[in-house]
Design a protein around this ligand. Structure first.
Ligand code: FES
Length: 192
């Protein structure tokens, strides 16, 4: 009311300066329409945008076979890729360094020829030099681990380097020969 008095005193027409209820209702309606249009446009744009999943690359090259010693667990890649590259008399396999109990990273104890998990004491066998590809490496023999360590997919790239995919693993105990250690890609035949 005070504002109306001031405007009248100043010689102004209050109806030209104060918003009526109709003005507010109209503005609210326009606001709703514009808001809906904006939401609709954003939703449409999101729908049109391709939903591409950018998976991390799990394929890595690990050098030439000649760089590795026969009957040795190589620890060079454990920090970067969480795997051991093992060379036996007739080839290679890559052992995934994840304990099959609760997922800790075991340690390779060369002097004891075994992998030992620091979390709950599971042990996995090392290398038997008298065996080739059907080796005991990674088989659980003590502690709570319920099954052997997994092997990663392995092969040879065109440039002659060993290539490992640590995103694809094989489990010894599986009956399916395509998914077990017997799968062609679970072992790289070399040098026998
Ligand atoms: S996580 Fe390895 S023994 Fe438990």
């Amino acid at each position: 009311m005070a504002n109306l008095d001031i405007l009248t005193r100043e010689g102004c027409d209050p109806t030209q300066h104060i918003w009526s209820r109709r003005n507010f209702v109209g503005l609210a309606a326009w606001g709703t329409v514009l808001g809906s249009l904006t939401v609709g446009t954003v939703a449409f744009g999101r729908f049109m945008y391709p939903r591409v999943l950018y998976e991390p690359n799990t394929q890595v090259k690990l050098g030439k076979p000649s760089e590795y010693i026969v009957n040795q667990v190589n620890e060079k890649w454990i920090k970067d890729y969480r795997l051991w590259l093992v060379r036996v008399s007739d080839g290679f396999f890559a052992l995934y360094a994840k304990c099959t109990h609760l997922g800790c990273t075991p340690r390779w104890l060369q002097a004891e020829n075994k992998f030992k998990c620091p979390c709950h004491g599971s042990g996995f066998k090392g290398i038997d030099p008298s065996l080739g590809s059907p080796n005991i490496t990674g088989i659980n023999f003590e502690g709570p681990a319920p099954r052997p360590l997994e092997r990663c997919k392995i092969g040879l790239a065109e440039d002659g380097q060993i290539v490992v995919d640590f995103g694809i693993t094989f489990r010894m105990e599986l009956p399916d020969p395509q998914k077990s250690w017997a799968a062609p890609n679970a072992f790289l035949k070399y040098g026998a």
